[in-house]
Ligand binder design. Structure first.
Ligand code: DC
Length: 671
């Protein structure tokens, strides 16, 4: 996951390959609650691991369910089965509407003392219609903040609520379908007689009710409905665990990759995007996004749990669509509209205003930043793409702590103007798709020359390694420690029994060309060996220095180093980064510090590791090494002509990093 302040997407040109998507949020949280209300243990396969499912799992544990989360395996939930939830309890629901609404209903009917709260945005998301329906039944619920909104308090200290179930329960269906879902999942707990729910007003987002009914059926509850207006839970309904249940991949998450396939040109030899885990017979309403994408020109084939998408009409075709049935995925259409000929109109999307953020306002504002013309109505959006290439703008996309805003705007990186796109607060995707950007980068293509590289070099002990890796972390970029490559090469040569001297040059180069090196987390692997420590010894440094003086070996490592230039960008540390390996890098920094200062830093470093040292000897060594490094014929230590000098003697590491990041910002087109 990218937990950086922002993530800059370089201009993207194509996409191809397969993606396995995470489980559906809507299905995951419903299944968790149904399992918790059932008798017996349910094994949930492919559960989504995200912020919203995390709050649900934590709440269920607090309420007394046994939750067993094995790494990589299914999650096992043992339900309450008829016993009362543990009370009193204070439950934190984050910004998960799919946890807040159904738990409120279930706990209100089961009785006990509970407080349900969330993040500030959750306290702005309406719940009044659900509370009204539950109060009609005789449940005791109080607002702790503003009327109609969480936080809430449920209190039946004096025992179970006495419920009035004889009359139909009336609930509004035109603000959020989650209110009806919440009642449908809670009322089977008390269905000693037929319980009837009547929807008042038009029912929005009907496909989500379809998911609810499908899953209720899997847990033994057969709800009847008359034209989606009147729902009957039959007398004697009892939750029964299906034993094992599989969560489909998220169809809303699939929308980004369906759009990707529709927008991106095919790379050589690859045909489009394959989405695995969800297909045409999905129970999720957002699968109907497929029809909308087809209408815009996408070429889509599919089976029961896969989809294959290719670019069809290009530019895309503008559409005028009632999006009530695909409220979440329709946000993706708004970004596809940037690539359409003419004006796209998305209608009947008023529910966007009460989601993670006011999505109507948010989408309009961010689309405009890119240069689109947008008309924002009370319940519709009209989007006209930038008139020409020159009308596109490099935008900083504000994401409003809304995962879908972040994900759908990543597709703006395919703009014909070749501009990068900045996504602020990229970690907000964790709500439903923590590895979204990694998944995107695995299938998206960019021109290598457009993938940014920052080169950082300098004399020994200048702190370049520390600064470079810190800059990489702050930007979410890959990090190339080229010195480590020479160290690993020397170690591999030694292990192969080769003497590190010019006579073995050809052999060492052959080895370097196929070096099985991997950088993972903080570790460096040579084949299946973790060599992180082995390459850091003094001896390994000496050997690296000798290996690095062999021109054929340097040549052999070039392709490997170029391979680090991957999406979304690279920070490369080492002496020939800016001169030989990435000569066109847009930012090159040469980090220096006085010999005195470097000797002092090295001294402190050694002492802190318990190694005794003499500061005068260290300084003499450094000066000798500088002289040797500067005068050597192969890759001598010298700044690239266009490198910026950063004299760091008087700077802390944080200050040096901040300076490099400032220079980088100046080179970005975001203003
Ligand atoms: O930065 P370091 O100490 O890990 O580097 C090990 C050796 O490799 C050092 O002698 C410098 C050399 N080197 C090089 O010649 N070219 C590079 N790009 C990086 C390091």
């Amino acid at each position: 996951m990218f937990s950086t302040e922002f993530l800059d997407l370089p201009p993207l040109t194509g996409a191809g390959g397969s993606v396995q998507l995470p489980g559906s949020k809507s299905i995951s949280n419903r299944v968790l609650l149904l399992a918790a209300l059932s008798q017996g243990t349910t094994e949930v396969h492919d559960l989504l691991a995200s912020d919203d499912t995390r709050v649900m799992l934590d709440a269920l544990r607090q309420l007394g369910c046994t939750v067993d989360e094995a790494a990589d395996g299914p999650v096992r939930i043992t339900g309450l089965g008829g016993s009362a939830p543990r009370s009193p309890a204070r439950l934190f629901m984050g910004n998960a509407g799919t946890a807040m609404r159904p738990l409120t209903a279930a706990l209100a009917l089961l009785g006990g003392e509970f407080e349900l709260s969330g993040v500030p945005r959750m306290h702005e998301r309406p719940i009044g219609d659900l509370v009204d329906a539950l109060r009609q039944l005789g449940c005791q619920i109080d607002y702790l903040g503003n009327d109609g909104y969480p936080p809430l308090r449920i209190a039946h200290a004096a025992g179970l609520p006495v419920l009035e179930l004889a009359e139909p329960i009336r609930v509004r269906g035109d603000v959020s379908s989650q209110f009806l879902t919440a009642l449908l999942m809670a009322l089977p707990l008390v269905a000693e007689r037929d319980v009837v729910i009547e929807v008042v007003g038009e029912l929005i987002s009907r496909p989500y009710i379809h998911i609810t009914l499908e899953l209720l059926a899997r847990f033994g509850i057969a709800v009847r409905h008359d034209d989606w207006q009147r729902f009957t839970i039959p007398a004697g309904s009892r939750y029964q665990s299906p034993g094992s249940i599989h969560v489909e991949a998220d169809a809303s998450s699939a929308s980004y990759f369906i759009a990707l396939g529709a927008i991106a040109a095919n790379p050589e030899g690859e045909k489009g995007i394959r989405v695995l885990g969800v297909g045409l017979d999905s129970i999720q309403g957002d699968i109907r996004f497929v029809d909308a994408a087809r209408a815009m020109g996408a070429h889509i084939e599919g089976g029961p749990n896969w989809l294959h998408i290719q670019r069809g009409a290009w530019p895309l075709k503008a559409i005028d669509l009632d999006c009530n049935h695909i409220p979440d995925a329709a946000m993706t259409l708004a970004v596809m509209a940037l690539y359409a000929e003419g004006t796209t109109v998305l209608r009947n999307i008023a529910s966007w205003r009460v989601k993670e953020t006011d999505r109507l306002a948010a989408m309009a504002a961010e689309l405009r930043k890119l240069g689109a013309q947008v008309e924002e109505g009370a319940d519709y959006l009209c989007i006209t793409p930038p008139a020409s290439r020159a009308d596109w703008r490099a935008a900083r996309i504000h994401t409003y702590d809304d995962h879908r805003v972040a994900m759908c705007f990543s597709l703006a990186a395919f703009n014909p103007a070749g501009l990068p796109v900045r996504i602020e607060d990229p970690k907000c995707v964790a709500k439903t798709f923590p590895d979204y950007f990694e998944t995107l980068f695995a299938v998206a293509r960019a021109d290598a020359a457009q993938v940014p590289v920052i080169c950082i070099d300098g004399p020994t002990a200048s702190g370049k390694g520390t600064v470079a890796s810190a800059v990489a972390r702050r930007l979410g970029y890959h990090f190339l420690d080229s010195g480590a490559l020479y160290r690993v090469t020397a170690l591999a040569a030694q292990r192969a029994g080769l003497a590190i001297e010019p006579a073995s040059e050809a052999h060492i180069a052959a080895l370097a060309r196929k070096l099985p090196v991997r950088f993972e987390g903080g570790q460096i692997w040579l084949g299946s060996d973790d060599v992180s420590d082995a390459i850091r010894t003094e001896e390994a440094g000496m050997n690296a220095s000798r290996v690095s003086a062999l021109p054929t070996v340097r040549q052999a490592l070039i392709a490997l180093q170029h391979g680090f230039r991957r999406l979304p960008g690279l920070v490369a540390d080492g002496r020939d980064m800016g001169t030989v390996i990435f000569p066109t890098a847009p930012l090159k920094v040469f980090l220096t510090a006085s010999a005195e200062c470097r000797a002092e830093r090295r001294y402190k470093q050694l002492i802190s590791k318990g190694i005794s040292a003499n500061i005068f000897d260290l300084r003499a060594d450094l000066e000798a090494r500088d002289a040797r490094d500067q005068s050597r014929t192969v890759a001598p230590l010298k700044p690239a002509q266009d490198a910026l000098l950063l004299e760091s003697s008087a700077l802390t590491e944080t200050e040096a990093v901040a300076q490099v990041l400032d220079w980088w910002q100046e080179r970005r087109p975001f203003g």
